[in-house]
Design a protein around this ligand. Structure first.
Ligand SMILES: [Zn+2]
Length: 663
């Protein structure tokens, strides 16, 4: 995409160069992704309790909606769909038949992880805490004597245990169990989960470790989970096994399968791969594991390989919404520039995984491009997947739904559904939204870096002293960010503020006075001996942008997408005059597009008003020669944030808008 500035090649100013160990906070206080004491990373995440989202900002509202609606909804559906019943059967407490997908346990684990993050910032209601305690106890009872824990292979297919690594998702489920346990340990809720996860992890080390069988899982996830478990426990065999799973990939151990070895990234050793391939979620989870292991082992080649794959994905195979994966058939990346908006698969889990990968790469390198991409995925690809009521979800996230759309079923739904037979996405949304505050800012010895702007506060230990910055902003609706240094160590430290790649102009004021603050490599650096109460106002200009795709993205040639700040916009049938066919709307690229708040829409978004016309395309499907459209009646139309589409009525939608013919 022409809009993204992806050429920065150095670390953010002032950040620790790669190769320098990062001091870690004490175990038990970390959030998602917590590099260990010996890790080689540029930035360190803030701990649980060091970042807070106010309830009135957009991210704060998303987090609260997640707590009040999405999480209880997930818990209800785990009971209703049989996931909890499966574990009861595995524990020998019921004789119900197994229900759902063979990897249904992973939905329980993801919901547990989400609950742990939520309970770390709110007392939650008793029901959520009971869910964690009851489910952790149930998992312990369902665990076999040797540590194995998987309800499908305990209840429904005991003879198949460990026999189908290409298909079974056993290590994938184990990975999500471990992730839940790590979250529980870091937040101090459900600590018994750690014992369960460690028993299973110890079995994995025994079976798959240095003297064990040479196998990998068809669905990556175990790699990043074991790295995180190592960070929590300091037990080196977990990290060694994570690395071994990476090292064994690319040897064809999984066989060709239905879609070939590239489908599950088993076609090339991970350090040699130059292109993202296959199932997008698997590729991105694998990338997360690569970065985690690279950071802990300090292996630059592995990190370089991850960055190369990221470049291929973001430069050639990512939707303008930050979504990944074009193809429905195998939920896969397509060919370079194969990004059809109407046939976009764009699985919700892939956009979530993109946030996870970009956060890890940001910590590892300090490079602003990862924060930019994280923000794009969060505000568009991820946010669109959940309804305003927090209880309906998209699995695939098209960028266009046509008039007369007949797609039905779960994979091509034009409306959000309350649950799915393969319910990977809703609890994945829950665990990201519950931990959103963990992605706002980072720290290192020289100061604090703010990457995502949201009302709330962030704090850290900097140069041995406590530092806190309170943030007030209406971002992403407005670009003004007001920061107050609420406390300071009395010695100079650096407040680094990200200037998003989409922003061409900004101003900075300190205590009301303008200051020259050139951004370098995506960050403004303000170094002061900050007096408590010092205010900083960052004003990011947020004009409406017309975004064009690379000409090789044939599917959207002649179109632009409207964007403002981090948000991509779309047209919806609900905003057009009755009888108007959405596909006939043309944008006049020379006419000004204005932005204004709309209080009558859920969440009071800023919407765009654009001008154009209705094309008169005629009836014939094909015509001889180059087809010229006749300009039709002028039209003024509204564009709404893409993440809000489908919340009013089911109907056509499009992100990419054809530009009116000129001359
Ligand atoms: Zn999913």
């Amino acid at each position: 995409m022409t809009e993204q500035k992806l050429s920065d090649t150095s670390a953010a100013p002032g950040v620790r160069p790669i190769g320098t160990p990062v001091p870690s906070g004490p175990h038990g206080s970390a959030g998602p992704v917590a590099p260990g004491p010996g890790a080689v990373a540029a930035l360190r995440p803030l701990g649980v309790g060091q970042a807070r989202l106010d309830a009135d900002g957009l991210l704060g509202r998303w987090r609260r909606r997640n707590a009040e609606d999405t999480l209880p909804h997930c818990v209800d559906n785990l009971h209703r769909a049989g996931n909890i019943g499966n574990l009861r059967a595995a524990a020998g407490e019921s004789d119900e038949a197994f229900a759902g997908m063979w990897f249904a346990d992973s939905d329980v684990h993801k919901t547990l992880e989400a609950a742990a993050w939520e309970l770390s910032v709110s007392s939650g209601d008793g029901a959520l805490r009971s869910f964690v305690e009851d489910t952790a106890a149930l998992l312990a009872r369902a665990q076999q004597a040797d540590g194995y824990l998987n309800s499908y292979f305990t209840v429904a297919a005991p003879d198949e245990r460990w026999r189908r690594p290409d298909w079974s998702h056993e290590l994938y489920c184990a990975g999500h169990l471990i992730q839940a346990a790590v979250a529980a340990a870091r937040t101090g809720v459900g600590p018994e989960l750690v014992a369960v996860a460690r028993r299973f992890a110890d079995l994995l080390v025994e079976r798959f470790g240095p003297d064990g069988v040479e196998e990998v899982c068809g669905h990556p996830e175990i790699e990043t989970a074991l790295a995180e478990l190592y960070r929590l426990t300091g037990h080196r065999p977990y990290l060694d096994l994570a690395r071994r799973f990476l090292d064994l990939r690319g040897r064809g151990l999984l066989g060709p399968g239905r879609f070939g070895p590239a489908y599950y990234q088993d076609h090339l050793p991970v350090r040699e791969a130059r292109e993202v391939t296959g199932h997008a979620v698997r590729q991105l989870y694998l990338l997360a594991g690569m970065v985690d292991v690279a950071v802990e082992t300090g292996e630059p080649q592995l990190l370089e390989a991850a960055e190369r794959l990221w470049e291929d994905a973001v430069h050639r195979r990512t939707y303008v919404t930050g979504a990944h994966g074009s193809r429905h058939r195998d939920e896969a990346y397509g060919d370079p520039y194969e990004l059809p908006p109407d046939r976009a698969y764009a699985e919700t889990c892939a956009a979530i995984a993109s946030v996870h990968v970009n956060w890890r790469l940001l910590l590892a390198t300090g490079r602003a491009r990862y924060a930019d991409e994280m923000e794009r995925a969060l505000y568009n690809g991820v946010a669109a997947a959940v309804s305003s009521d927090g209880r309906h979800f998209f699995y695939s996230n098209p960028l266009q739904v046509r008039t007369g759309h007949t797609g039905s079923g779960e994979e091509a739904a034009a409306r959000r559904l309350p649950w799915y037979s393969c319910a990977c996405c809703p609890p994945n949304i829950a665990r990201l939204m519950a931990s959103l505050h963990g992605y706002l800012a980072t720290a290192h010895d020289d100061g604090l870096q703010i990457h995502l702007y949201a009302s709330g506060s962030v704090s850290a230990e900097v140069a041995g002293s406590a530092v806190q910055v309170d943030v007030r902003t209406e971002y992403p609706w407005q670009g003004r960010v007001e920061l107050t240094v609420a406390s300071g160590p009395g010695v100079p430290w650096t407040l680094a503020l990200r200037v998003p790649a989409w922003c061409d102009a900004y101003t900075v004021r300190i205590d009301g006075g303008p200051v020259m603050a050139p951004a370098r490599d995506g960050y403004i650096r303000l170094t002061r001996a900050w007096a408590p109460g010092t205010t900083v106002v960052l004003d990011l200009e947020m004009p409406v942008r017309q975004v064009s795709a690379h000409p090789r993205v044939d599917a959207v040639r002649g179109c632009v997408a409207l964007a403002r700040g981090p948000l991509v916009y779309c047209l919806e049938q609900a905003d057009l005059p009755p009888g108007t066919v959405l596909e006939d709307v043309r944008l006049d690229p020379a006419a000004e597009v204005t932005a204004a708040g709309r209080e009558d829409l859920p969440g009071s978004p800023v919407v765009l008003t654009a001008r154009g016309s209705l094309a008169d395309a005629g009836d014939s499907l094909y015509t001889a020669g180059i087809r010229r459209e006749r300009g039709g009646a002028p039209l003024t139309f509204t564009a709404v944030p893409y993440f809000l589409w489908g919340n009013r009525s089911e109907g056509p939608m499009r992100v990419w808008i054809p530009v009116a013919a000129t001359g």
